[in-house]
Design a protein around this ligand. Sequence first.
Ligand SMILES: [Ca+2]
Length: 488
Amino acid sequence: MTRRDFLGGLAAASSASAATRPNVLFISVDDMNDWVGCLGGYPGIHTPNIDRLAKRGVLFSDAHCAAPLCNPSRTALLTGQAPWRTGIYGNDTYWKPNLPDAVTLPMHFRANGYHVAGAGKVFHHVAGFNPPDQWDDFQLQVFDDPWYRRDEWYPWNKKIPAPKGHPFNGLDKFQGEFDWGVIPGRAESEYGDMRAVEYGEKFLGKSHAKPFFLAIGLWHPHIPMFAPQNYFDLYPPEKVRIPEVPSDDLADIPATGQKLAAFRRPEHERIVREGKWRDAVRAYLAAISFADKMVGQVISALDQSVHARNTVIVFWSDNGWHLGEKQHWHKSTLWQRSTHIPMIFAGPSTKAAGRARTQPVTLLDIYPTLIDLCGLPKRDGLDGTSLAPLLRDAGRQWKPAVSTFEPGNHAVISEKWRYIRYRDGGEELYDRKADRHEYTNLASDSKLAPVKQEMARWLPKSSAPPKPDRDEWDFDFASYQFRRRTSR
Ligand SMILES: [Ca+2]
């Protein structure tokens, strides 16, 4: 297939009737940063399946989340609306009762003649975030650590006693979910994400009367970083490289940045103190490679199916991950480590398109792009921009990307610069070409004032106040009803 075929495909899709529209295979991973072969974040990482997908499709090599945290990132992607518009900024804010009129990505496909199904973590994984009315069929997340999950948050979860030897990372009374290692006696096929993979394989193995939108949401490499031994064996401990963290890296960062970096500082300090840094990095590498294996398994099920030639694949991660950079673990910062993510569009007709797009884009762009690729009716009020022009023309000029963490804190990301402005006025400016690790904050360099001014043009002009948190609602899982608590 040539690129012209792909463009022809695009044109055909927009005039297609529902019956001939392409299917969508929507595959996500959780907390996967740019430590992926095709993104070069960790040379030596073993991600053959994602790399192969990037080669046969279009890798967006400078893609960023709309918010560097699970729920706000996923809510933004799936509603098509940015956090600064919806007020959904945190993991404790239900989107459904707060945005009762939102037409999500699966709903839009469903309303336009698609069979819409999914499994695993697509919306945020806690009860109340994945309403059953979104799907014709959905299989909820199966957790690798069911012994850790609080009953009221995961009512479908079958709790089992913690296995002997837990926690496997050897850190007693560490943050409960932040464990890593090999679950003793558990075969690869018995890990929780494999239930989502299996769901995908079964679904793709069947013929379907309508075009489909199939979402397979993998938990990996999110903590707990559990994987079978052979994925750890890919990374001999003595060869694992821990991130370089200059001791004065935080010295030029304003107060809010300091605060975000300090949020999980006790975890960082304990990991370093107990000599576990290399171990934890190794576990992340193993968890990424295990995720890659599962992504490959789903794609191979598609390739072997009757749907192989008529299915658009989109692959994405909801946010990045720190492994000690800026003395921080997890996400929830506005630096490259938290916002940069893998994102790939592929499909049989993108084969010859092959070349990475280096323009900054965001997960918000997926919704309007899929509308274009599948010829669905356009929707007003989407904050992203269709990437179809970039799929047509790799050299096209593009605007900067914006990522938001909590009200009023944004990163504006152009090909050359990252400009961060916090609600309190604190600023950071990094030269992304010269300073890949964002060690040197140039915001106070008066010669760069015009750069800051240009970047600031892209800042959202307003920020919706945060919507009420989960504890403001009574939620009933069986009926999936929300009732606002009377104000106290
Ligand atoms: Ca996440």
